[in-house]
Write a protein that binds this ligand. Structure first.
Ligand SMILES: *[C@@H]1O[C@H](CO)[C@@H](O)[C@H](O)[C@H]1NC(C)=O
Ligand SMILES: *[C@@H]1O[C@H](CO)[C@@H](O)[C@H](O)[C@H]1NC(C)=O
Length: 988
């Protein structure tokens, strides 16, 4: 008893002794492990750091080796690893991505951590500070990651001291790091991984690649968007035996792919997206040695290559290749059957190789596509593919995304095409020829249940709404445009409306009332497009919509007065071409983000509501073809980015002379067919400086045409016809630059929620050209117009009007003009319409008019012209009626010979002119052909380019938009492959 008790005490005592020693040992261990100086240094660093999410809360006490992000050497106790990466440290924060990053300053005592071998400061925000020089003193470092940390300025050259580095990442898409001299890199000869993406390298690429050539252990080289201007003609990787990843995307090489690249047999990843690669690819047959290649990204270039040849040439990669992105190039030719051998292909993207209407990858999809059993994503959008879609596509069990938009498909797609597609999430099909139908049995239950995006355009799906969509439990976006659907909106759509992002049923024959039961509450900017249907009844209030397009239906009733309050998230509202009546509610002012408002062609009455400062996003207002009265609220000019104000065909009346004040951004002002009076707006150059289209036709404006108009640099459409203007035509008209440069359709960039980017907005308004009302389209014959017809203008036509060499239509008819037709009028070589009729013009028809070969409509009737009518060119085709009312004219057309003219006088002059014109003509034609050739080459960019050059203000805006977009594209192009690989492919 006693003994056992003693024994028990002994055991307990022993246990305590043991435990306490153990404790002592542990604590002793720890205090020896964290070195005091280093702990002090870390605390200084912590003090200077901004830590908004309090992620460094564990940095207390003695035991710095146990602090988050710190690791010590377990022998010496020196801090070895310092990781400030948000994703690793802030694990408690619920949403790491949205939590604010570390920031502030890095205390120089970082340099006291002399034994540091691993330093990671990535994904922080050091607020544009330079990379601290003292990092260059940490010469034990073998891992250094300073990426995405908002460092700016020059990369310090003393990073060259870090000769032990294996891993260096200083990439940073947001900041502006630059490097002028990269000779320090040559000291880093042990590098395995080098990432300098987005660092602006001002070295010559030649020097850079020379340095890289010394890195014989290099495995990965990332030099995306480094502003490199050229690729070396021979391989810069001769010493490297193991390079496997090469990313040079986002640079502007402006050359073809150098052939040494096809020899890099160790490469697994090659990214050359957005590198301005051009020209025909060198024939790759027999040269392609990239037999380990898994990822090839060549998108956003201008590569010209035959698809068949390319796929054949790549045959040694047919077992390795996982992802092939050749989108946005100029590829052509058919897809060979051998495509089916690339069995490990996970993603195939050949989209948007049509750079004009006759180009792109062509022919049918080979049936062997069904062999690509790992295919997850297939995009063939925007090519010239045709034929029937092979049924074998239905075997692609892993297919997640199928994009067959914008090709020339024919025939029928049936259940079989979707037979095994049990993983399909996104389906997009359209046929530009409208020759495709989707015919599935009525009771078809698809193998896929999780479709979230469906886009079918220009393809017959109807007449009934596709029933098979009802089984999809994740459906978010439904686009069934021009799909031959008629009847009602199915009720099951009501139930899923709360998760719908896009519902686009435009251009069908749906004849229903707008269902009240729908409730678009998705947080993903829900947008609804029912335009071009037969919808009836009144407008429905759907609260959370971001876009509502109801153009061209049979909707009636009044505009809900509470719309501004109830639909305050709207950005786009198009109710045009309906039967709506009543007044336009002032509550629209509450829609702060509204950018596009089209209420045209309805029966709206009352005054234009006073648009207020608050609507800072409005770009376009179209209220034309209504019954609006009153004036234009002056507050309209306080909308900072208003481009288009279209108010034609109403009953508006006001003194126009003082209607506009500081309309800085207004480019199109259309007030046709109203009752405006007074003079043309005062100080128009100051008040509407960006004006390029001024349409004041059919009002009762008086006074003269102000000289100030000549100082509007962008003016290219000037329609003042059918007013009571008097005085003479200002002689400075010939100075307006807008008529001296080629004009293209007037396209505005408008933000689209659908594509989440800027898209060209082509408007729906009209112009009067050559006496005809023409809807404003891209195909419009001319885009550069002066029309002063039906006024009381007098005096002569200013001679310098002939300097407006790109003028497309000139109408001065029905005035009281006198004097001669300007003798150099022949220099208006772009002119297609010329009407000078019903004036008092005298003198001859200038013979050089025969060189205006584009002239298709001419009217000179009812003047006092005299002499011979030219015969050459299109003058041979004009009808005699265009000369009527000019008794002194003579010539074959009028069956009135010119024998009364004195010989050696008019005749000789004409002959002389004719021969001169002949030469001009040749030169001109050469110019025309040359420009056509250039046009074909540069294609779309000519259009866009000239658009950008034309109008300086918009230029800036456009540039901003495109810059942003380009940056995003580049970012995407660069990061997407990485992300794809990280999240998808590596598991494969
Ligand atoms: C010290 O750490 C290294 C790796 O960091 C590990 O391999 C080793 O086993 C550790 N030694 C001791 C004694 O814990
Ligand atoms: C980088 O720092 C600058 C300057 O403080 C700041 O304006 C900018 O927003 C920061 N950028 C990022 C991406 O954090």
């Amino acid at each position: 008893m006693e003994i056992t008790k003693i024994f028990a005490y002994f055991v307990i005592a022993l246990f305590f002794l043991f435990a306490s020693t153990q404790y002592l040992v542990t604590s002793l261990n720890v205090s020896t492990l964290c070195i005091k100086e280093e702990r002090v240094a870390l605390l200084k660093i912590k003090k200077d750091l901004k830590d908004p999410s309090n992620c460094l809360s564990s940095w207390v006490g003695e035991d710095c080796c146990n602090w988050k992000g710190i690791e010590c050497d377990n022998q010496t106790g020196h801090v070895q690893k310092f990781e400030l990466r948000r994703y690793l440290i802030c694990t408690k924060t619920i949403n790491i991505l949205s939590s604010p990053s570390f920031g502030g300053k890095i205390n120089p005592s970082l340099a006291d951590l002399k034994h540091l071998s691993h330093l990671d400061l990535s994904y922080s925000d050091f607020e544009g500070a330079p990379i601290p020089e003292f990092i260059g003193y940490l010469n034990m470092l073998n891992y250094l990651d300073l990426s995405n940390a908002n460092f700016t300025g020059m990369v310090p050259t003393n990073l060259g001291n870090l000769s032990n580095l294996h891993y260096l990442d200083i990439s940073s898409p947001y900041s502006s790091l630059w490097a002028r001299d990269l000779s320090w890199l040559s000291a880093l000869s042990s590098l395995r991984y080098l990432d300098m993406n987005f660092v602006n390298i001002t070295n010559s690429p030649h020097e850079l690649f020379q340095v890289v050539n010394k890195m014989s252990y290099l495995l990965e080289l990332h030099l995306a968007s480094c502003n490199l201007g050229a690729l070396p003609p021979s391989s810069p990787f001769l010493n490297s035996t193991s390079l496997s990843v090469l990313d040079l995307s986002g640079n502007h090489f402006n050359s073809s792919i150098p052939s040494w690249m096809f020899n890099m047999s160790t490469l697994t990843d090659l990214s050359l997206s957005s590198t301005s690669l051009t020209r025909r690819m060198p024939s790759m047959l027999g040269r392609w040695k990239l037999c380990k290649l898994q990822f090839l990204y060549l998108s956003y270039n201008s590569l010209i290559a035959d698809m068949t040849e390319m796929i054949e040439a790549m045959s040694c990669s047919n077992q390795s290749l996982k992802s092939l992105d050749l989108s946005q190039n100029q590829l052509f030719g058919n897809l060979p059957n051998s495509l089916g051998q690339f069995k490990n292909l996970f993603s195939l993207d050949l989209s948007k190789n049509s750079w004009n209407t006759h180009s792109g990858v062509s022919g049918p999809i080979p049936a062997s596509i069904g062999n690509l059993s790992n295919l997850n994503s297939l995009s063939l959008e925007g090519n010239m593919l045709n034929g029937t879609i092979p049924e074998s596509i239905g075997q692609l069990t892993d297919l997640f995304s199928l994009n067959l938009l914008d090709n020339y498909w024919e025939g029928i797609m049936t259940n079989i095409h979707f037979h095994n597609l049990s993983n399909l999430r996104s389906l997009s099909v359209s046929s530009k020829k409208n020759t495709l139908a989707l015919k599935v049995t009525n009771d078809w239950v698809p193998a896929f249940k999780n479709l979230s995006y469906v886009e079918i355009r220009d393809c017959k799906v109807g007449p009934t709404f596709p029933n098979w969509l009802t089984n999809q439990v994740q459906l978010n976006d439904i686009i069934l445009e021009n799909a031959g659907i008629s009847g009602e909106i199915p009720h099951w759509l009501y139930n899923i409306s709360s998760r719908i992002g896009i519902l686009d049923l435009s251009r069908n024959k749906i004849s229903d009332y707008l269902p009240k039961e729908m409730n678009f509450t998705s947080s993903n900017y829900p947008r609804v497009d029912f335009s071009h249907n037969q919808l009836k009844g009144s407008i429905q209030i759907w609260s959370d919509l971001s876009a509502l397009y109801l153009r061209n239906n049979s909707l009636s009733g009044t505009f809900p007065t509470n719309i501004g309050k109830e639909m305050s998230y709207l950005r786009y509202l198009d109710l045009s071409h309906n039967y709506l009546k009543g007044s336009i509610p002032l509550s629209l002012n509450k829609i702060q983000n509204l950018s596009y408002l089209d209420l045209s062609s309805n029966y709206f009455t009352g005054e234009i509501p006073k648009f207020l400062m608050g609507m800072h996003s409005l770009n376009i207002i179209d209220l034309s073809n209504n019954w609006l009265v009153g004036g234009i609220p002056t507050s309209i000019c306080s909308i900072p980015l208003l481009f288009i104000l279209e108010l034609s065909n109403n009953n508006l009346s006001a003194d126009l002379s003082s209607a506009f004040h500081n309309c800085i951004s207004l480019e199109t002002l259309s007030l046709r067919n109203n009752k405006f009076h007074g003079s043309i707006p005062n100080e128009i150059r100051k008040n509407v400086p960006s004006l390029s289209e001024l349409l004041l036709r059919s009002n009762t404006l008086t006074g003269s045409i102000p000289e100030e108009l000549c100082h509007l640099p962008s003016l290219s459409v000037l329609d003042l016809a059918e007013n009571d203007l008097s005085g003479s035509i200002p002689s400075c008209l010939g100075d307006i630059n807008g008529f001296k440069v080629p004009q293209t359709p007037f396209v505005y960039p408008v933000y689209s929620d659908l594509t989440q980017g800027y898209v060209p907005y082509t408007r729906h308004t009209e112009l009067v050209i050559g006496g005809k009302v023409i809807e404003y389209t891209k195909e419009m014959p001319v885009h550069s117009i002066i029309d002063f017809s039906k006024n009381y203008l007098s005096g002569e036509i200013p001679e310098n009007i002939t300097q407006l060499i790109h003028l497309g239509a000139l109408n001065l008819s029905w005035n009281q003009l006198t004097g001669n037709i300007p003798s150099k009028i022949g220099s208006l070589t772009d002119l297609e319409y010329l009407d000078l009729s019903h004036n008092n013009l005298s003198g001859p028809i200038p013979p050089n008019m025969a060189s205006m070969t584009f002239l298709s409509r001419l009217n000179l009737s009812y003047n006092n012209l005299s002499g011979r009518i030219p015969l050459a060119n299109q003058f041979g085709t004009f009808d005699a009626s265009i000369y009527i009312g000019n008794p002194e004219l003579c010539g074959d057309h009028l069956q009135k010979n010119c024998s009364s003219l004195l010989p050696g006088n008019g005749e000789q002059e004409i002959k002389h002119q004719d021969s001169e014109d002949g030469d001009d003509d040749k030169a001109e034609r050469f110019g025309l052909y040359a420009s056509i050739a250039v046009g074909y080459i540069t294609g779309f960019w000519i259009v866009c380019g000239s658009l950008m050059l034309k109008r300086s203000w918009r230029h800036a805006y456009f540039n901003f938009v495109y810059d942003t977009r380009d940056k995003l594209l580049v970012l995407m192009a660069i990061n997407l492959p990485r992300l794809k690989r990280k999240f998808g492919l590596e598991s494969n």
